[in-house]
Write a protein that binds this ligand. Structure first.
Ligand SMILES: Cc1cc2nc3c(=O)[nH]c(=O)nc-3n(C[C@H](O)[C@H](O)[C@H](O)COP(=O)(O)OP(=O)(O)OC[C@H]3O[C@@H](n4cnc5c(N)ncnc54)[C@H](O)[C@@H]3O)c2cc1C
Ligand SMILES: NC(=O)c1ccc[n+]([C@@H]2O[C@H](COP(=O)([O-])OP(=O)(O)OC[C@H]3O[C@@H](n4cnc5c(N)ncnc54)[C@H](O)[C@@H]3O)[C@@H](O)[C@H]2O)c1
Length: 443
């Protein structure tokens, strides 16, 4: 049998890799990771962790304002201090992760990884071999292809800004567009948010999305719908954002028009592995058309949301497969997701749109939570929850808009994933008073 340097080599060191690679190495497998940039990838350095640290004072400001004078003070955010706090909190993560990886026995290689053949990866001029290879190279920001595109910035650059620009134009109404527009508005920017299709957050309940957008508008965000960007023009220190009908002047432009898969320069074509901007095609074992080459995390072309917990689930699935513990196909669980705006919108399981399309299978219960005493604890003004049940009266989906939506949906997730019966729900004795208790009490 052919001898390889390693059992598994991963290209990329984000959640699609390390959540599975570290326990795999701890089980005695010979593992190597190739990383071109920062250990840990997007989530800790330029994604979730960085974003939630910047968002914390934004959420506090919202609570303060909603408290109607119970808590006093202006709630003004010092962005330079906010950014410095974020950086100090995450600066140590790459080294800590690397120490965890090396401590488990993983060999790290720094440089650009590229497939040479079914069992070989080159890292710059060095070649390493492995029985299996995992491509876990993630996504990068998409850039609008219009004149003046180089005048725009991405989410990574936004999170490193020392002060918020006076006039900010955000192009795109996905997660990043609405979350970053919310943060900039709270920090004092005059924000214009461009929704070219007229809608934001297409995969979420549009009634809740419109409620969140009107809240943003009431706080001063200018929402422009159904116009395309034609070009960006430099005008001294400012940028003219020329749309189909209007022109806006900005100090800074955030291009939040999506993210595309890192599939170039990997040697995929030579091995005839199918890939596009949506990602790498894999089968139900996360295998590409070359059986020894797998993909994990955001770089997979999939219908599941491209989130950290999804990447984590995939890397753990591969860990069990490589450790010889399971040869089953991947069986994705319900994946919960949250938009970190104020208010938040969170959802898990069957969506309202899906339930409306199959009324013979589902019943929908819409709940206005504004009269719920617990919501007064958070000074909530207009919280709403929609629950979706199957014909056996089991909870199969939930969507909430509120300042604590992520906590409600997290609390309901086990009931959705495992299909708890009323008897089982009765056995869940949650802490009272707390949001999880309140969430289960709604069932
Ligand atoms: C602004 C922002 C906010 C987000 N917020 C959230 C959130 O709140 N919650 C949530 O669940 N998800 C969030 N996400 C998504 C989350 O960050 C990703 O789902 C997650 O990081 C995916 O992990 P991954 O390992 O697949 O990819 P990544 O973390 O992107 O890792 C890929 C790694 O591969 C490396 N690489 C690429 N090509 C090569 C090569 N050829 N050779 C060597 N190395 C290479 C890259 O340098 C990178 O380190 C956010 C993303 C962004 C951008
Ligand atoms: N809270 C979270 O979990 C969170 C937060 C941020 C990012 N993420 C992840 O990061 C990834 C990327 O997020 P994103 O917001 O960049 O992408 P997205 O795909 O969610 O949104 C892109 C937006 O850009 C718009 N758009 C596309 N082309 C456009 C054009 N020519 N002009 C104007 N608008 C245009 C789309 O209509 C869409 O609203 C997603 O995978 C997401 O899962 C998750």
């Amino acid at each position: 049998m052919q001898e390889f340097d390693y059992d598994v080599v991963y290209i990329g060191s984000g959640h699609g890799t390390f959540d599975g690679a570290i326990p795999l190495a701890a089980k005695g497998k010979r593992v190597a990771i190739v990383e071109a940039e920062k250990v840990g990838g997007t989530c800790p350095n330029w994604g979730c962790n960085a974003k939630i640290l910047l968002d914390a004072p934004v959420a506090l400001q919202q609570t303060l304002r909603a408290s109607d004078g119970i808590i006093s003070g202006s709630g003004e955010i010092d962005w330079a201090k906010n950014r410095a706090h974020k950086q100090a909190a995450i600066d140590g993560i790459p080294d800590a992760l690397q120490a965890g990886m090396e401590g488990a026995g993983i060999q790290m290689y720094f440089g650009h990884g590229r497939l040479v053949d079914a069992h070989t990866v080159s890292v710059d001029n060095k070649k390493i071999t492995a029985e299996n290879i995992v491509i876990s190279t993630g996504l990068r920001p998409h850039q609008l292809e219009v004149p003046g595109q180089d005048l725009t910035h991405d989410s990574k650059e936004f999170m490193d800004l020392d002060h918020m620009p006076k006039h900010l134009v955000v192009v795109g109404g996905g997660y990043i567009g609405v979350e970053f527009a919310t943060m900039a508005n709270a920090a004092g920017s005059e924000v214009t948010l461009l929704l070219h299709s007229g809608k934001a957050l297409a995969r979420f309940n549009q009634t809740y999305v419109e409620q969140m957008l009107s809240d943003l508008e009431a706080r001063g965000v200018n929402i422009v719908r159904n116009q395309e960007v034609e070009k960006f023009v430099e005008n001294g220190t400012q940028i003219e954002v020329v749309l189909s009908e209007d022109t806006f002047t900005a100090d800074w432009v955030l291009d939040a028009t999506g993210r595309v898969a890192n599939v170039e320069n990997l040697g995929l074509e030579d091995l005839q592995i199918q890939a596009s901007a949506q990602g790498i095609e894999v089968n139900e074992y996360l295998q590409t058309t070359v059986p020894s080459i797998y993909a994990s995390g955001d770089v997979i072309d999939k219908r599941q949301p491209k989130l950290t917990p999804t990447a984590q689930f995939e890397s753990k699935y591969l860990m069990h497969r490589f450790a010889g513990e399971s040869d089953a196909a991947i069986d994705y669980p319900v994946i919960a997701t949250n938009v970190f705006t104020t208010p938040r919108i969170a959802q898990a399981g069957v969506t309202i749109a899906e339930a409306k399309e199959a009324p013979e299978q589902y019943t929908i219960q819409e709940k206005d939570l504004s009269g719920d005493w617990y919501r007064a604890v958070d000074y909530e003004k207009d919280p709403k929850l929609t629950l979706i049940f199957n014909q056996k009266q089991q909870l199969v989906g939930a969507t909430e808009i509120s300042e604590r939506a992520e906590d409600t949906i997290n609390a309901l997730l086990p009931a959705i994933e495992f299909g708890y019966t009323p008897d089982q729900l009765e056995r869940l004795v949650y802490i009272f008073p707390a949001i999880a208790f309140d969430a289960i009490g709604n069932l």
